[in-house]
Write a protein that binds this ligand. Structure first.
Ligand SMILES: [Zn+2]
Length: 155
């Protein structure tokens, strides 16, 4: 499901994608003609199947063709993994913030932390350890760090 809202700035709209994206989801939205910039919040996406990927790519490609500037916020781990696997989902300069998965070996707790892509770029994608919210131990990044950021760095 797509929720679309006008923001206070003329021409800038906010979209929230909620739930699963599949062949049965209505991945369309009535975008007004005055749209110049679309901010897409991805936090509430639960999964995207292969038909959903196709819908996503076509939907955003059409908007880019119309000259709409896209910004993706709070892109979750599963969508990051997809973006690394499937080209054409996002362009690297469109992504504003992503989830980082951490895993605590001490208490087996998974934690996700959102980070601004500008901050990640500023530290050359070197991650500081995260203190586990359950037990207070330092946790490890839970992913292939060498490739997790490929979609933001590789042309
Ligand atoms: Zn812990």
């Amino acid at each position: 499901m797509l929720n679309l809202d006008r923001t206070q700035t003329p021409g800038i709209y906010q979209m929230k994608i909620i739930g699963a994206i599949s062949e049965s989801s209505d991945f369309t939205a009535k975008i007004e003609n005055d749209v110049k910039e679309l901010h897409v919040n991805c936090k509430a996406i639960v999964r995207i199947n292969s038909m959903g990927i196709t819908k996503w790519i076509l939907f955003f490609r059409d908007l880019r063709k119309k000259g709409v500037k896209l910004k993706f916020f709070e892109v979750g781990v599963s969508v990051v993994n997809l973006c690394n696997f499937v080209s054409g989902m996002v362009e690297k300069d469109e992504v504003q913030s992503i989830a980082l998965p951490f895993f605590c070996e001490n208490c087996n707790t998974e934690t996700e932390k959102f980070a601004a892509v500008d901050d990640l770029r500023a530290t050359n994608f070197k991650l500081a350890p995260l203190t586990c919210p359950s037990c207070g131990q330092l946790t490890e990044f839970d992913g292939a760090e060498a490739h997790y950021f490929d979609f933001l760095t590789v042309d």
